[in-house]
Ligand binder design. Structure first.
Ligand code: COA
Length: 377
């Protein structure tokens, strides 16, 4: 049977299940979270409201938002085991590896780790959402030899992250740009890391295993790791002309340009115009016009020569750079946001579970007898 079935390499075009969490409509360059256009959510909501929407299915009322924020803010502190773990890991370890290991530790130490009812999963999701930024900031500070800055409960999710990372909160416009990036990164249907989380969940493994696996998948440069690679690409250029020359040569050698292309969007990523507006505003205010000229030059060449458009990582990489974040923490920031989407998918998978187990077409040697050891040359 498998021999006559078409192989869908990379599962491209395969509809693996139904989902009520987000809807990507590539022809309209549109993305909806539970029916709400993402550009409206970015304009009108804070990240916490969007997190609630993904985890509960509806936008919160004021009272629900307050209770949700109280639950999240009260769990931001790390227990001693995570601080001890951070002391054990090399200071030059990849921050995504640190985050993955810390989540694994939290799971191993959670006596309720295997609980699979929806309320338990949601509670764990809010707990992880609260702690991930603290882990990312604590890790960044220790690698610079700086003291840990404890979280504050009187700050929003975005403000508190700046506080723990830098020791200060920037002005409202910078915080809003960061918050918008979190909203845009929160969810995107059956992407590779979300699908990883669903595959692990489908075996009835535990929540933390699903999230640990998802972090591993997101790390790769073809997925979340691209926001870091974008900035590593843009940073060395001194002028747009230099960038243009480089990208023309790179395309001629068939090199992939990070931050461009998408499995689902062929005519452009719906999230790019929203993020790009904030990135440009930051550049004007903070004096990064040359960086944006380099950004535009590369984009122009890739679009003109290949007809391939930027994805969300392209404007987000430089935005995070202008905000002052270390390049190696861009993908961990993506995790701080995507934890909401992953958790919504874990709950959705569990609500109507069937183990995810595709087929493969065998192309190895035909049946043959096993020769005795002495006859194998
Ligand atoms: N730069 C240059 N060429 C690209 C490209 C890029 N970023 N992305 C795709 N292409 C080209 C491929 O080389 C291929 O050309 P070919 O048919 O001549 O071989 C064609 O476009 C199709 O690409 P493919 O890799 O098969 O598409 P995919 O759907 O399997 O992969 C991505 C999608 C996102 C993995 C891919 O576009 C990519 O690697 N992008 C760079 C990494 C990135 O930004 N990832 C973040 C995704 S949100």
């Amino acid at each position: 049977m498998a021999e006559t079935t078409e192989v869908k390499k990379g599962l491209a075009g395969v509809i693996a299940d139904e989902s009520a969490i987000s809807n990507v409509i590539p022809e309209k360059r549109a993305l909806y979270y539970r029916g709400y256009p993402v550009h409206e959510l970015a304009e009108k909501c804070r990240f916490e409201e969007v997190a609630y929407l993904l985890l509960y299915g509806e936008l919160p009322t004021r009272a629900q938002l307050e209770a949700f924020e109280q639950e999240e803010r009260s769990q931001r502190a790390l227990d001693e085991t995570v601080h001890r773990l951070l002391e054990l890991i090399r200071t030059d370890a990849a921050p995504m590896d640190v985050l993955r290991t810390a989540v694994s530790l939290l799971g191993a130490n959670d006596p309720e780790a295997t609980g699979a009812d929806i309320d338990t999963i949601r509670r764990k999701a809010i707990g992880l959402m609260a702690r991930l930024p603290t882990i990312v900031a604590a890790d960044r500070r220790r690698r610079h030899g700086l003291d840990f800055i404890p979280p504050r409960e009187d700050l929003t999710f975005a403000e508190n992250f700046f506080h723990m990372y830098f020791g200060e909160v920037p002005d409202a416009e910078v915080v809003k740009a960061f918050d918008v990036s979190l909203i845009l990164y929160a969810e995107h249907s059956f992407n590779a890391s979300t699908f990883t989380a669903r595959v692990i969940t489908s075996t009835l493994s535990d929540y933390y295993s699903a999230i640990t696996g998802a972090i591993g998948a997101l790390k790769g440069p073809l997925h979340g790791g691209a926001n870091e690679e974008v900035m590593r690409m843009l940073k060395p250029f001194r002028s747009p002309e230099e960038a243009r020359r480089w990208v023309e040569e790179a395309l001629a050698r068939k090199q992939k340009i990070m931050g461009f292309g998408h499995r689902v969007y062929r005519y452009g990523d719906s999230r790019v115009p929203i993020m790009e507006r904030y990135t440009r505003r930051l550049a004007e205010r903070l004096g990064f016009q040359n960086l944006m000229a380099i950004y535009d030059a590369i984009q122009e060449v890739v679009v003109q020569q290949k007809g391939i458009y930027p994805n969300l990582d392209y404007p987000t990489g430089p935005a995070y750079y202008m905000m002052g974040f270390d390049i190696e923490t861009y993908t961990p920031i993506f995790v701080m946001s995507r934890i909401t989407g992953w958790s919504a998918h874990v709950m959705e998978q569990l609500a109507d579970n069937r183990i995810i187990r595709p087929l493969s077409r065998y192309v190895g040697p035909p049946e043959r007898p096993v020769p005795p050891l002495e006859a194998r040359g």
